[in-house]
Design a protein around this ligand. Structure first.
Ligand SMILES: Nc1ncnc2c1ncn2[C@@H]1O[C@H](COP(=O)(O)OP(=O)(O)OP(=O)(O)O)[C@@H](O)[C@H]1O
Length: 312
């Protein structure tokens, strides 16, 4: 388990992490989400003992990372896949990492196989694609067969097949009862990856919630095309729905399901050219929590509302 308590990190005048408190439970994949610059990497670096907190604490299995006996066997991390020697071979890089952690050579070939790079061990890193470098970074994290996995943006640069592969890998780890924390700046990416998400904005926690709960709370809407948008709009509003013009005679309706919209239109002889229920996107919830275009919501209304809703 990872526990972060009242964690703060200041760089001069910049508050990168602003009083974060959360726990990451074993047995599930936890997504760590926030727009660029929200403070994800800084938090992960403090959990991994690479940066000292200004105040507060971060522990893994009840202890600061630096105090863990044989930490690389307990915690596997992928922070910056670019921070490798490009002239080294994939196997050479892992051997170097393994040596530093007191891990035998056999495990290097094992993890190369696990990440699908068995036939690339002899390739120089500079000749590997971005996706293969990500796989290599993940192989490094797996070297110590750790119970806790911390991966910063592991889906970056992966092709669709690679993304599916990482998801299966993470799911497998969680199902074995390991603790898995994965950062991303894309809610949609996490929708199919994580069971639980921690969302941060400007260094502060704005949601700590199960994906299923988040999806259940997201608003469904119905898109309707009709030659009589004014008539339909008035009708739906009278019936308690919230129709909004969406251009080209289309309406976007919330507060009523598609079947009911269709029934009301039929009962009042209003012609429909399209009636489309649109599943709410978790991305919408993410933008609402963190502010449009990656900027945090300003003022107490935005963040306060989000906290009341999703932070325990
Ligand atoms: N070493 C540093 N010195 C000064 N400021 C820093 C340092 N590291 C991070 N910051 C600042 O702290 C804030 C949080 O950065 P951080 O990299 O943790 O965000 P992030 O959520 O990981 O974003 P990204 O997805 O872009 O990596 C940013 O404003 C960043 O500029």
């Amino acid at each position: 388990m990872i526990a972060v308590r009242e964690l703060v990190k200041r760089y001069g005048g910049t508050v990168a992490v602003d009083g974060l408190t959360f726990t990451v439970e074993p047995g599930r994949v936890t997504g760590f989400l926030g727009p660029n610059g929200a403070g994800k990497s800084t938090t992960l670096r403090m959990v991994l003992g690479l940066d000292a907190p200004t105040s507060g604490s971060a522990t893994v299995g009840g202890m600061p990372y630096r105090d863990l006996p044989s930490p690389t066997r307990r915690v596997g991390a992928l922070l910056d896949p670019g921070a490798v020697e490009p002239g080294r071979t994939a196997r050479g890089h892992l051997l170097w990492q393994a040596r530093g952690a007191g891990i035998g050579r056999a495990r290097v070939d094992e993890v190369l196989g696990l990440v699908g790079l068995a036939d690339r061990g002899g390739h120089r890193i500079r000749h590997l694609s971005l996706g293969m470098r990500q796989r290599l970074g993940i192989a490094g994290a797996l070297l110590g067969d750790p119970g806790v996995l911390i991966l910063d943006e592991p889906l970056n640069g992966l092709d669709p097949e690679g993304i599916v592969w990482v998801r299966r890998l993470l799911r497998g780890f969680a199902d074995e009862g390991r603790t898995v924390l994965v950062s991303s700046h894309l809610m949609n990416e996490m929708e199919a990856t994580a069971d639980h998400v921690l969302v941060i904005s400007r260094g502060r926690l704005v949601a700590d919630v199960g994906i299923a709960e988040l999806a259940a709370g997201a608003r469904e809407r119905v898109e309707v095309a009709t030659p009589d948008p004014g008539g339909l709009s008035a009708l739906l509003a009278r019936a308690g729905a919230a129709p909004a013009p969406a251009g080209d005679g289309r309406l976007e309706v919330t507060g009523m399901d598609a079947a009911r919209v269709g029934e009301l239109a039929a009962a009042h002889g209003i012609v429909l050219h399209a009636l489309v229920p649109v599943r709410a996107r978790l991305e919408d919830a993410f933008i609402r929590l963190t502010g449009q275009n990656g900027r945090a919501a300003d003022g107490a209304a935005g963040e306060g509302e989000a906290e009341g809703e999703w932070v325990r």
